[in-house]
Design a protein around this ligand. Structure first.
Ligand code: UGA
Length: 437
């Protein structure tokens, strides 16, 4: 059993902390936000993430998971320190490393015996060296430490599952002895024969950016092929399905939609491009993925406008789904933001509903109307746009939907409805990449 501190209780820190404590280690999760720690100590999880509540409660009750705002003590009393603080995006696309910087200083100041310092946050390639230098600068007593890059591959909405059953665990460290310590942390997963990969630090950092950028590129690619398919009369679902049957391509991340969002793909692609520019290397493919994504979000607005007769003014539009994907309350970079903004700018009004994310979206759009059910949001609306593929929308009755709307107008940006059904109920509709109207 290892004694581990995790600095930062955002979704990465909290899921990792709960997951690692579930492996049997003693974990102290710390955060500078006293309010967050108070909530957690009162059994309140500050984010919506399926299964996290149970995992946290279970391990707290076993005494293996502790929450504290005393960062100094957590560093001094633990042998492995995970850095899991946020790296938001700066105006110029670069990652803002100020939290990483200040945590590195605090770690340096509090080193009192040998420790492994491990970064989980997504940091630009080369940041590891900077963290090491900063810790050394503040480590006045010259205590020995080693550094590891251990990027996470958690998807919001299935982060607990991804943590407990990962495809791979990447441990970036120059030393075999440090790798062996980290192997102990993930021992219960290794018993299950999960692949643990030993790399150097920059390779681990690059794997994270290369993976996210590739997935973003894959989504942008299928979105562009979808746009072309619908013009040519091809069915994107069949195209994607058969493409995916080629093992070299794989069927995952080939679902067309309104453009990717979230806290990772938009930020990480921008950060990688910005880093590559600094190095004088052009990443044309990643730049194109970003551009195609901006186009796609805008393309959805145009589709909706066309369905509404070319004008949003004085139209009441129901927006179903605000989160950037299902099973999360995160609305960061969600395509629904662009849709709502454009409708408002053009003089329309919004009737919004998301099973979980109404509150998060109200921080961005405090003045639009939020409802507690899709039925209320759609009542008397001039049209409806589906922005997130929540299960409850997949199952909704088109007959009831039609009876609620003023006009049976629907844009399905996630292709969750069958075209036959939409035709059967005489909807004026559009979707992404399948024949319509
Ligand atoms: C992503 C990666 O998938 C994780 O592996 C990574 O750890 C995480 O970023 C991170 O860096 O922390 P996440 O942003 O939670 O995870 O969500 P994804 O499931 O990857 O979806 C991203 C966006 O792409 C969503 O807007 C989603 O709707 C869209 N998408 C995804 C599609 O439009 N089509 C697809 O086929 C797949």
């Amino acid at each position: 059993m290892k004694n581990i501190a995790i600095i930062g209780t955002g979704y990465v820190g909290l899921v990792s902390g709960a997951g690692i404590s579930d492996f049997g280690h003693k974990v102290t999760c710390v955060d500078i936000s006293k309010n967050k720690i108070r909530l957690l100590n009162n059994n309140k999880i500050p984010i919506y993430e399926p299964g996290l509540d149970e995992l946290v409660k279970k391990n707290m009750s076993k005494g293996r998971l502790i929450f504290s705002s005393d960062i100094d003590n957590a560093i001094q009393n633990n042998e492995i320190i995970f850095i899991a603080v946020g790296t938001p995006q700066k105006e110029n696309g670069e990652a803002d490393l100020s939290y990483i910087e200040s945590v590195s200083e605090v770690i340096g100041e509090n080193l009192n015996n040998y420790k492994v310092i491990c970064t989980k946050s997504t940091v630009p390639i080369g940041t590891g060296n900077h963290i090491i230098d900063t810790i050394k600068k503040y480590n006045k007593k010259k205590i020995d430490f080693d550094y590891v890059s251990n990027p996470e591959f958690l998807r919001e909405g299935s982060a607990v599952k991804d943590f407990l059953w990962p495809d791979r665990i990447v441990i970036g460290t120059e030393k075999q002895s440090t790798f062996n310590i980290m192997k102990e942390v993930y021992r219960s997963l290794i018993i299950n024969n999960k692949s643990l990969v030993h790399t150097n630090v920059p390779t681990a950092e690059m794997i994270k950016y290369a993976s996210n950028s590739f997935l973003a590129l894959k989504v942008s690619y299928i979105n562009e092929i979808a746009n072309l398919s619908e013009v040519l009369g091809a069915d994107i679902h069949q195209v994607a399905k058969v493409m995916g049957q080629d093992g070299r391509i794989s069927p995952k991340f080939l679902h067309p939609g309104p453009g990717y969002g979230g806290s990772c793909f938009p930020k990480d692609t921008e950060a990688l491009v910005s880093l590559s520019k600094k190095e004088g290397i052009q990443l044309k493919t990643v730049e194109a993925a970003i551009e195609a994504n901006i186009f796609q979000k805008n393309h959805m607005v145009k589709k909706m406008k066309k369905l509404m007769g070319g004008d949003f003014s004085s139209k009441k539009i129901a927006v179903l789904g605000l989160a950037f994907k299902p099973n999360t309350d995160d609305v960061r970079e969600s395509a629904s933001i662009d849709m709502i903004q454009e409708i408002i700018n053009a003089g329309g009004s919004i009737k919004a509903y998301d099973p979980i994310a109404n509150i998060s979206m109200s921080a961005i759009f405090p003045d639009i109307d939020y409802y507690e059910s899709w039925e209320e949001a759609c009542k008397d609306a001039d049209g409806v746009v589906i922005m997130t593929e929540w299960n409850e929308f997949r199952g909704l009755s088109l007959e009831i939907l039609k009876s609620l709307l003023k006009e049976p107008v629907l844009l399905d940006t996630r292709n969750i409805f069958s075209i036959e059904k939409l035709n059967e109920f005489n909807f004026r509709y559009d979707n992404v990449g399948r024949k319509h109207l």
